[in-house]
Design a protein around this ligand. Structure first.
Ligand SMILES: NC(=O)c1ccc[n+]([C@@H]2O[C@H](COP(=O)([O-])OP(=O)(O)OC[C@H]3O[C@@H](n4cnc5c(N)ncnc54)[C@H](OP(=O)(O)O)[C@@H]3O)[C@@H](O)[C@H]2O)c1
Length: 342
């Protein structure tokens, strides 16, 4: 397989921007599909990157844009469901989990098959499973199953979710699936959200304080994708991606508070109060800080059983080593470094 041209879905997002930069630096020609050109400003300036406005949920548009590509990377995902847009404004739709995490991957593998694309990298999430406690993880699990099925030579899998008129045949696609824990980096929504909350709230009630995470650096995730592209040993495989250290949510928030020099009072909530808080937050208009589905996702620890896959030759970086650079104001940063003896 000689991969030169890659189409990236979700290439304008947080992970996507890093991924597209790395792909371009590695010499690939990259086509980024985005619902709005403005979203892709950070990558559109790169010489080997072409940004195309497209409705990725339209199969014929997908096929048109996959045509001539050697590989596809699908990074599209949502943590919370948004209201469906108006039918006459498909580009404005954010969609629900099933549409984004199950139907879109199905369309992607069909379009790969229709256009002769042989290589597919798919972004899933740690703990994705059709039987997971949250709708987010269930939908990611179903999407993963569809994508992995497309990697088979024949349709061997009789799972109920793949049957029916939209049954995905084994296309013999060379598929690799990635399942990261929470991803951190300068533009992440996780550590930055807590930094913002700590800035405005003298008292911070914390839902699910004992939930465990193993945050992984965005550059390390992007590197794993890029390294797998031409590596045949990764075809048909799926990889859990985690950083070097496990934290409880409370430990993570304490760390963000230390880095940013905030001394808000953080109150651990019981499971019942955590669920109640998630329910209340769902009713508050605007971006969702937490939902009941997020609460359910956190019932499973987002930690890896094994170290970062050696095949990618990545030494995963720790949150403590990276986050001070992007979270802190300079005087707090210096305070943190000196407290850490560096
Ligand atoms: N961030 C994490 O901690 C984390 C952890 C585990 C797994 N993941 C997975 O990693 C992937 C990337 O995450 P991210 O943090 O980079 O997300 P992000 O910043 O929100 O970017 C997601 C991209 O997907 C596209 N997208 C999302 N919903 C869409 C919709 N309904 N219609 C059309 N396009 C849509 C957007 O493209 P345009 O705006 O350009 O149209 C956006 O660029 C996702 O699949 C996510 O589930 C993330």
């Amino acid at each position: 397989m000689n991969i030169k041209k890659i189409c990236v879905l979700g290439g304008a997002g947080f992970v996507g921007t890093h991924m597209v930069n790395k792909l371009e630096m590695a010499g690939y020609a990259v086509r980024v599909l985005t619902s709005k050109r403005d979203h892709a400003k950070n990558v559109s300036v790169l010489p080997k990157v072409e940004v195309v406005e497209a409705n990725i949920f339209d199969s014929s548009e997908l096929s048109r844009h996959f045509s001539g590509m050697d590989a596809v990377v699908n990074l599209v995902g949502i943590l919370n469901e948004g209201k469906a847009g108006r039918v006459d404004k498909p580009m404005a739709r954010r969609g629900d989990f099933h549409e984004v995490h199950v139907e879109l991957p199905r369309k992607v593998v069909h379009a790969c098959a229709a256009t002769g694309v042989k290589r597919l990298l798919h972004m899933s999430a740690l703990n994705a499973d059709p039987n997971a406690p949250s709708a987010y993880l269930r939908s990611k699990g179903l999407g993963e199953a569809i994508v992995r099925e497309s990697g088979m030579q024949h349709s061997e899998n009789e799972n109920w979710y793949l049957n029916g008129p939209k049954f995905v045949h084994g296309y013999g696609l060379a598929v690799t699936v990635f399942r990261p824990s929470v991803i951190f980096g300068r533009e992440d929504s996780f550590t930055n959200m807590f930094a913002r909350l700590l800035k405005i709230a003298p008292v911070l009630p914390l839902a699910s304080p004992g939930a465990k995470f193993q945050p992984v650096f965005v550059e390390d995730v992007a590197q794993a994708f890029v390294a797998s592209l031409n590596n045949q040993a990764t075809f048909g495989q799926r990889y859990d991606l985690c950083g070097p250290k496990v934290y409880t949510l409370r430990e993570l928030v304490d760390l963000v508070a230390r880095i940013t020099g905030r001394n808000s009072k953080i109150i651990n909530l019981s499971p019942q109060l955590s669920y109640l808080m998630a329910m209340v937050m769902e009713w508050i208009p605007g971006p969702k800080l937490m939902t009941r589905d997020n609460y359910l996702s956190m019932q499973v620890d987002s930690v890896c059983d094994c170290e970062f896959p050696r095949i990618f030759d990545v030494k995963p970086r720790a949150l403590e080593a990276i986050a001070p650079d992007y979270l802190s104001q300079s005087h707090h940063y210096h305070g943190f470094r000196s407290a850490a003896g560096r």
